[in-house]
Design a protein around this ligand. Structure first.
Ligand code: SPD
Length: 426
């Protein structure tokens, strides 16, 4: 080996224009080309540009393969850069020439990091790390940093400043607050969006006002989860409410909100609030039967500590802890995103509270997967949660200065699309 790496600059001419404009085809060709050459693929990022052209890069353990195409010129500019002697970039070259149907080409190989020009030093990595951690963006470059909430098949990306305002791996989960350009400060747990300053009101107004207005005299409330504070902020707007017990398992979520999300955490000092940092599932299990007018389950998705918040046994305990007129409202996932959990939760509530007393409310929220989300409610009595005193609601929603919920939204939230009705067998 006379150099650290080999870099082939390739011009592919006379390529098939349809292939040059096909982002998924190019991506798989580039990944296959890397693997054929003996490289280990780490990641790939590809973008299609409107109206035509594709750019992308395959990051390999041994460096990278990059491409930019001009279908209208039947042309692709390709960089094949590999390090070490276990990978042969010319194999990738041959592979891509065939894949793209190139009728002509030129290729220039450069040795990168010629060893007779370099001198190895005793690299003191720890002192350099210290310097790097003190390094603040000097403003000489534009940062383009994206947070992505993704599962295997879909993703939501929000561009943020690059600064992480709160970052803690707790006993339960990874809690972060970032500052996004479009949605303001955003609380994430295990890399999933929990709430953003811009659209959290959709969620927090809908999780409590429909049930509180329909009930008419909610005094004693239990909130399980809800560490960001948005739910108790809304609940405590109601004068009838005398006491709110909030049980959050992870004190760091509360801390993150107090430190970074003042508009959400504004009610944490309210004297009617009893905030407990402990396991909500155990708390409900040990609650005195018939205690609460309203139990709100404000948990995250059913992965990690929130999983048990979707179990039948948990709702059995909620049923017991409610008084005869009590209502439970739970974060119910999305019919489009997590259909199984959505349906199973409704089934559990119907079994415990009766079909006629169990309802699903839908609302939209841009930063949750699919943008369509639900709350599922169940009443212990025959109270019809769909009905409210419209005059009273209108007066109070003005007084509370609500941004999402109103009397019309109350009626509309319980109206379900056909496919959702079918899922719920209604
Ligand atoms: N997929 C995200 C579901 C998160 C639900 N909980 C959000 C907590 C807001 N208080």
């Amino acid at each position: 080996m006379s150099s650290l790496g080999r870099h082939i600059l390739v011009e592919f001419l006379g390529c098939n224009p349809d292939i040059m404009n096909n982002v998924s085809r190019i991506e798989s060709s580039m990944v296959d080309a890397a693997e054929d050459s003996g490289a280990t693929v780490i990641n790939s990022t590809f973008h299609h540009f409107s109206p035509y052209g594709v750019s992308g890069v395959v990051v390999i353990q041994e460096s990278h393969l990059a491409i930019h195409t001009w279908p209208e010129y039947q042309y692709a500019a390709v960089d094949l850069f590999t390090c070490g002697d276990t990978v042969d970039p010319w194999i990738s070259f041959d592979f891509l020439k065939n894949e793209f149907g190139a009728t002509n080409y030129s290729a220039l190989e450069m040795q990168r990091g010629s060893l007779n020009l370099l001198k190895r030093i005793d690299y003191d990595i720890s002192s350099l790390r210290e310097k790097a951690s003190k390094h603040v963006n000097p403003g000489k470059y534009t940062r383009n940093v994206w947070f992505t909430d993704k599962d295997d098949d879909q993703a939501l990306s929000l561009r943020y400043t690059g600064e992480v305002l709160f970052d803690k791996q707790t006993e339960y989960q990874k809690v972060k607050v970032i500052d996004t350009y479009k949605y303001g400060r955003t609380l994430t747990i295990d890399n999933m969006v929990m709430c953003t300053e811009k659209d959290e009101f959709h969620y927090h107004e809908m999780i409590c006002h429909p049930a509180i207005f329909a009930h008419g005299n909610v005094k004693n409330v239990l909130v399980i989860g809800g560490g960001d504070g948005g739910t108790v902020r809304e609940v405590l707007k109601h004068e009838s409410v005398e006491k709110v017990t909030m049980v959050e398992i992870d004190g760091e979520v509360v801390k993150a909100s107090k430190q970074c999300l003042p508009t959400l955490s504004s009610a944490f000092d309210n004297p009617k609030l009893n905030l407990l940092i402990e396991d909500g599932i155990e708390f409900v299990k040990n609650s005195e039967p018939g205690t609460y007018d309203l139990i709100i389950i404000d948990g995250s998705d059913p992965i990690g500590p929130a999983e048990a918040l979707f179990s039948y046994a948990f709702y059995e305990n909620c049923y017991k802890a409610l008084n005869d007129n009590g209502i439970v409202v739970a974060q119910g996932e999305s019919p489009l995103f997590n259909s199984e959990v959505f349906v199973d939760l409704h089934k559990a509530l119907k079994k415990l509270f009766g079909q006629k007393n169990s309802e699903v409310m839908l609302f939209n929220i841009a930063t949750y997967p699919t943008g369509l989300w639900s709350f599922q409610s169940a009443c212990k009595s025959n109270l019809d949660i769909k009905k409210v005193n419209v005059e009273e609601v209108s007066k109070k929603t003005n007084e509370f200065d609500l941004k999402y919920y109103n009397a019309e939204i109350h009626q509309a939230a319980f109206v379900l699309p056909n496919y959702v009705k079918r899922m719920l067998n209604e």
